[in-house]
Each structure stands twice: as C-alpha cells, then as structure tokens.
Write a new protein. Structure first.
Length: 242
C-alpha cells in the first residue's frame, strides 16, 4: 500500500488543534511495513524524528491546557473566597462557642478574619507546621509515677494573648475537630516531623501520558496499513456497504 493507493499516506492528520499553529498541517511521512510483519496493531512504526515532533506538540498543547485551566480555577477560587469570607464572618458573629462567648466578647473579629484568610492560603504542609508550632509552645513536660518524662498537650488555647475555648480556636483557623485531633496525635508520636499527605506523588486521573498518545497514533497508522481508512467526508455507510 502506497500514497498512490490510499489517502492515509498523503497526510496523517493529528487530532489536536492549536489557535496559532494548526496541528492539522503536521505531516507524517509513512514508514512502509509489510502486513505480514505487523504482529500487533499497536506496534510502533514512528521514527525518532516523528516522535520528537509529536513530543513538542504534546508539550505545547499541555501547557496551553494548563494555562486555561489555571485561569478558570483562579476565577472560581476568587468567587469561592468571597463566599467563604462571608460565611466565616457570619460564624464569628453568630456562633455561641461557650458560656463566655469568646468569638463575640473576647477577640477582635476583624483580626480573626484576617488570620483565617492567611491560614487558609497556606498549603497543607504549612498548615501542619504552624499548628505543630502552637502545640510545641503550649505542651509541657510531666514526670510519671515511674520517674519518666512525657509530653502532655495543653487544653488551653490562646489568640492574640487572650485565652479562648477550643471551639473558638477551631473556628478562627477554620479547621475541623478530626484534623486537629490527627495533628495532635501525630505530634505525640512523631514530634514535628512532617506528615505525609495521601495525594503526594499521585498523577491526576485525567492525565493522558505522551506514551498513550503515541499508542493511539501508532494504532491508527497500523490499522490504515492493514485495512485502509475511509477518506474524510465519505459516507461511512457507503464505505462499509451497509
């Protein structure tokens, strides 16, 4: 099968688009392979130069996709932050944390709101280390009945030099009871050693590797070598004689 007998070998069109440099103009010069030598449809028949071209296309489109995603994510984050601040303000004004009503009577709510925003802008590791610092500053050594030293975590909470209750502390920083409990337990067992978060090192479920892209291209090319492909614009029913 040659370029004279099948359109596939005139141009192999890449199924991507690009606003500035249309990828449909990228050509693959065919590598002729006898059908008897094709053991698998996904056997790679692209040379190094062709693979290099596709690699550049893949990386360029990937960067553009990331930029577009980040722009959309930033707009969404801005809107969510606005709603989040409104919700946090309402919490500070209405939640009765304890009999002393720490949130309404003991603290400056504007300062608490600023603290909340700054803390929420930290990444997970930074949040952990900040809270480890609070625990370290308030933990105290005790001597057991056997004369051994041990840490005892304080049940007192301080905000801007003012003693507040546990619930007020959690609300000011926007953390849940489970997270705070896990932080304290980790500190008791490992000290200030960083926690390992489950998402670290994982690849996105939506990521499509370059190797997979090459497999698809190779499959289409090999399929055309063996069976041929319908010309663009032809009616598939006529082609397959349905």
């Amino acid at each position: 099968m040659t370029s004279e007998t099948h359109i596939l070998f005139d141009k192999v069109r890449v199924p991507f688009t690009d606003s500035e440099t249309p990828l449909f103009n990228v050509l693959i010069e065919p590598i002729l392979v006898n059908e008897s030598n094709l053991n698998e449809l996904n056997e790679s028949i692209l040379n190094d130069e062709q693979i290099s071209k596709f690699k550049k296309i893949y990386l360029k489109n990937k960067i553009e996709d990331i930029d577009e995603h980040e722009e959309l994510a930033q707009k969404l984050k801005t809107e969510l932050n606005k709603n989040d601040i409104e919700a946090q303000t309402k919490k500070l004004q209405t939640i009765n944390c304890c009999s002393k009503m720490c949130l309404q009577n003991l603290i400056f709510q504007d300062n608490a709101l600023i603290t909340y925003q700054k803390f929420q802008n930290l990444n997970n590791n930074q949040k952990d280390m900040f809270l480890f610092g609070i625990i370290t500053a308030t933990a105290r050594n005790e001597t057991t009945t056997k004369g051994q030293k041990r840490f005892k975590l304080s049940s007192e909470y301080i905000f801007e030099g003012i003693k507040i209750c546990n619930l007020a502390f959690l609300i000011i920083y926007g953390i849940g009871e489970k997270y705070w409990r896990n932080i304290r337990n980790h500190f008791m067992q490992h000290g200030i050693s960083p926690r390992i978060h489950k998402a670290i090192g994982k690849v996105s479920n939506f990521a499509l590797s370059f190797e997979k892209v090459l497999e698809v291209i190779s499959f289409i090319t090999n399929y055309g070598n063996i069976y041929g492909l319908p010309s663009p614009g032809n009616n598939y029913c006529n082609y397959y004689k349905f």
